[in-house]
Design a protein around this ligand. Structure first.
Ligand SMILES: [Zn+2]
Length: 166
């Protein structure tokens, strides 16, 4: 059986990845160290960059901004708005209607912000890739004073690029 491991001088050899010696180019097993090329090398060591942490922090910030904006929407009082020259008649909407629409928006933005904060924390811990991505999307949609949308998008891309670290 040892015969099958002998290098064929008519064919170019290749280097064994384990011992570095030249072996037959189509050998399945290294005749020197016994390295078996048919078996996958095993899982490569997990790369650990700072990407999930950086992306997670950005998503977290987007979430916090969305939470702040949602809270502002909830605190919004349309009667204050009147002082800035809002005339309900021109918009065909009563102040209470405006109030409730802004309130509903506030609740939606608050929920988006909460999911983004959660996703950001999960990204920082390198856990739950799907939740981190959902958090990034929510952070983006939450818009958080416009800057939150940008932070959410950048965080989402960075976390998306570091999928193998989860
Ligand atoms: Zn070898």
């Amino acid at each position: 059986m040892g015969q099958m491991y002998d290098a064929d001088p008519s064919k170019p050899g290749r280097q064994c990845v384990t011992c570095g010696r030249t072996i037959d180019w189509n050998a399945n097993v290294c005749m020197y160290c016994g390295h078996d090329f048919r078996v996958p090398m095993g899982p490569p060591p997990k790369k650990r960059s700072s990407k999930p942490v950086v992306g997670g922090i950005l998503i977290l910030l987007a979430g916090v901004l969305a939470l702040a904006m949602g809270a502002m929407f909830l605190a919004f009082d349309a009667t204050d708005f009147e002082a800035y020259g809002y005339d309900p008649a021109t918009y065909d909407m009563s102040l209470s209607e405006l109030d409730s629409i802004v309130g509903v928006c506030g609740i939606i933005v608050l929920i988006l912000g909460l999911v983004a904060v959660l996703g950001g924390v999960f990204a920082i811990m390198r856990k739950g890739f799907a939740l981190a991505i959902i958090g990034g999307i929510c952070g983006m949609i939450g818009i958080g004073f416009a800057i939150g949308a940008v932070l959410g998008l950048i965080g989402l891309i960075i976390v998306g690029l570091s999928k193998e670290e989860f």
